[in-house]
Write a new protein. Structure first.
Length: 560
């Protein structure tokens, strides 16, 4: 699936049925509710595309809401970054951005109602003691000794919790549901905990904060959400969310769970991504090795490629593992149609064409993209001195090597046939430093008038016009883990030591001196590249988005 298409997944089938019976008065209203405790990754992109895509398909609405109930880990930086990610992917939310903190006062009133109805109580057990009282899944739990406090005592203690009279962790407000429930989430879950912490939006107004489980259903309800789409880990929480809205007597959104994205050779956990950032294993949230949306964007991925990827993998109820190569193939397909072809030499070897006039140059016409007739052509300078890739010359080549060899002939891309006549070496190291060649001026069109053939075509850059650059070559963040790893094994042992290789002294054709951050290029024979945000006028820096073929994955399987 290389085109963005309307899916017919099981969630849309549920919505189709709801609309056919007139449920929700024909409304479709979804939401994307991230917690602002880090930057979004490719897994969140799947949820963004799903929720906003459904709203678009049915002429409905999709909210962007921040579930900001944990002040100790949340920052305004993440809020702004998430908003930028959603817009960059091509979506716009309905109305103003919403926050769980917008309804902290209403959640407090809801909690008072449950207390007055005898369905919530203040508990003095520590977190460890709560775990002991809940017991194992296979056995019923025990009631908290504070479970039967009077309504009046609970109201008094809860107000004093709000007023800051008690230290952190000393008390919680818990729902009174069923300590014998087979679903552990129904064993009197916490609704509020004491945290004397500054909140990025409400400041120091609150020293009690609602738990995610207490907030989730009520925010959906108050926003009028019709279909609350979550990943599968929330399936066991759905009975709790249902209990809350039913006992409050408020609008009941329908929760539907789908399998989250699991991707090979990378990290799909905010906690682990934060660990990499804080540990200095990567250069930040937008390091191009990261699966974050900002990282993929910096690496050169396009919104279209990510949307197409999300459409390709689809939406199911079954957990699965997607090969990283599927994501890479989407960006290849998109850039193959849109990226300008240019020439770049990463490991330059100087070539002197001895029979070409010194000091003279000519322009060769290059097609910018053979897949796009509207892309046009450009002029590329050609002269006496060129750079070619060092790997495109061998003194003692193996069988099947069709590039430049002593006494051999190759075709220059959009240029002439050249023949290697002499190899110049460094007298100290023996390294090849220069090739002396001749060209055949009769082969300007890429063919010889006498009919002789060459099997190799190589790219090149004019030495007198080349621009210098640093080029960063990226591979997968993680190697394939060993079979049956020890539970004590540190996952960071699988970090790929070659996930970033920095190449200095690359030589690029002159058009790249004016590259912008939005431009995408195919460096012929080398892969797809984009300008990095660290580039300056005096120091160009390019990132490899992806190779031309999935050679890295093949190499990993060969070495396995």
């Amino acid at each position: 699936m290389s085109q963005e298409t309307k899916s017919t997944d099981f969630i849309r089938q549920i919505i189709d049925h709801d609309l056919s019976i007139g449920k929700n008065q024909g409304r479709v209203h979804t939401r994307f509710p991230p917690e602002p405790n880090g930057y979004l990754h490719i897994g969140h992109a799947k949820s963004i595309c799903l929720n906003f895509g459904i709203a678009a398909d049915y002429g409905g609405k999709c909210n962007l809401r921040f579930d900001d109930t944990n002040p100790e880990t949340e920052e305004t930086e993440y809020v702004e970054g998430i908003m930028d990610d959603v817009r960059w992917l091509g979506f716009e939310w309905d109305g103003e951005v919403k926050y769980a903190s917008d309804i902290f006062d209403q959640l407090y009133e809801f909690a008072l109602k449950l207390i007055r109805d005898g369905k919530a109580y203040v508990c003095d057990l520590t977190a460890a003691e709560v775990g002991q009282y809940r017991g194992p899944w296979s056995e019923p739990g025990q009631d908290s000794p504070y479970r039967n406090r009077s309504v009046e005592e609970n109201l008094d203690l809860f107000e004093r919790m709000k007023n800051g009279e008690f230290p952190d962790g000393s008390r919680t407000l818990r729902a009174k549901i069923d300590m014998a429930a087979s679903n552990m989430n129904l064993r009197d879950p916490a609704m509020y905990r004491i945290r004397h912490a500054h909140h990025h939006r409400t400041g120091d107004k609150w020293c009690i904060y609602p738990t995610y489980d207490w907030t989730h259903g009520q925010t959906d309800s108050l926003e009028g959400i019709t279909h609350s789409i979550c990943t599968l880990e929330f399936e066991q929480h759905r009975p709790l969310y249902d209990w809350f809205v039913e006992n409050l007597g408020i609008h009941h959104p329908q929760q539907i769970e789908f399998a989250r994205l699991n991707l090979t050779n990378t990290v799909m956990s905010k906690r682990r991504l934060l660990e990499l950032v804080r540990g200095g294993n990567v250069a930040g949230w937008d390091d191009p090795r990261m699966p974050t949306i900002v990282g993929l964007r910096r690496r050169g991925y396009t919104p279209e490629s990510i949307r197409n990827f999300c459409a390709r993998i689809g939406v199911t109820k079954a957990n699965s593992l997607t090969e990283y190569g599927v994501l890479e193939q989407e960006i290849r397909e998109h850039l193959n149609k849109t990226a300008t072809r240019v020439m770049a030499v990463l490991d330059p070897l100087r070539v002197v064409i001895e029979n070409y006039p010194a000091g003279e140059f000519e322009n060769r016409e290059f097609i910018n993209n053979p897949e796009d007739p509207e892309a046009g052509t450009r002029q590329v300078p050609f002269g006496r001195e060129l750079f070619i890739e060092r790997s495109d010359f061998m003194e003692n080549p193996p069988k099947g090597y069709f590039r430049l060899v002593p006494g051999g002939e190759v075709r220059l891309r959009y240029g002439y046939f050249i023949k290697c006549n002499e190899v110049i070496k460094d007298p100290q190291t023996g390294e090849v430093v220069e090739l002396r060649c001749t060209y055949d001026p009769e082969t300007s069109g890429g063919k010889a008038p006498d009919g002789r053939k060459v099997k190799g075509t190589i790219h090149w850059v004019s030495a007198n016009h080349a621009v210098d650059a640093e080029v960063r070559l990226y591979e997968a963040l993680l190697l394939d883990p060993p079979e049956n790893p020890s539970p004590e094994r540190d996952w960071k042992e699988d970090l790929n030591p070659n996930s970033l290789v920095v190449v200095k002294g690359a030589k690029l054709e002159p058009v790249l001196a004016t590259a912008t951050m939005s431009d995408r290029y195919q460096f012929e024979r080398l892969g797809y590249f984009c300008l990095d945000k660290s580039a300056t006028e005096s120091q160009l820096v390019f990132n490899r988005t992806v190779t031309l073929k999935d050679s890295w994955a093949k190499e990993q399987k060969k070495n396995a």
